[in-house]
Design a protein around this ligand. Structure first.
Ligand code: COA
Length: 152
């Protein structure tokens, strides 16, 4: 399978491209200012997937005291279905293991079959539901959890 992306930690120089991708991927996108904050904040772990000078995916997580939350994951529409989302998620889970994280949580729109399929394929399990959590359009969130083993 063709895997032409380099996955690396995000820097402040990636903020504008990540915000542009965010706007293409979500109906209620984070602002560029929010992305800048998450790229710089304490406890944040951010990875981007680049091909040449194109940023085509990113994943954002926050870790504290052995727990982490995956806050955002996105892949450019034209390269979906080529396993980049899976590679980004796997790379993030590896970073979280190295950071001594023992469990990971995330929320996903109930109707988001692609993201839910990806998370379930990595062993996430449903542990809750938040009614009307999302807006534009309003929708419930499914809460997923994954326990992480210690790094080998
Ligand atoms: C979710 C997203 C990141 C997946 O990225 P991707 O690169 O297309 O995913 P992959 O090709 O790595 O797929 C990995 C697995 O996800 C699942 N999956 C992917 N697309 C799917 C779909 N349309 N329906 C059901 N399952 C799907 C499959 O289990 C797949 O495994 P397989 O390749 O062995 O079949 C991408 O669809 C996206 O950016 N969506 C918009 C943003 C978003 O919803 N982010 C999640 C917020 S919680």
């Amino acid at each position: 399978m063709d895997v032409p992306w380099t996955i690396r930690e995000a820097t402040s120089r990636d903020v504008a491209a990540a915000a542009a991708l965010e706007r293409r991927c979500f109906s209620d996108p984070w602002s560029e200012a929010s992305i800048r904050e998450t790229f710089a904040g304490p406890g944040m772990l951010n990875l981007v997937a680049v091909r040449g000078d194109m940023l085509e995916g990113y994943v954002i997580a926050h870790a504290i005291a052995g727990e982490a939350e995956i806050l955002n994951l996105a892949v450019a529409p034209e390269v979906r279905g080529r396993r980049l989302g899976g590679r980004l998620l796997d790379a993030m889970l590896q970073h979280l293991r190295q950071a001594a994280v023992r469990q990971v949580f995330l929320e996903v729109r109930e109707s988001n079959a692609a993201a839910t399929g990806l998370y379930l394929s990595r062993g996430f399990e449903q542990v809750g539901r938040r009614a009307r959590y999302y807006r534009r359009p309003e929708e419930d969130a499914i809460v997923l959890r994954l326990g992480l083993e210690r790094p080998a």
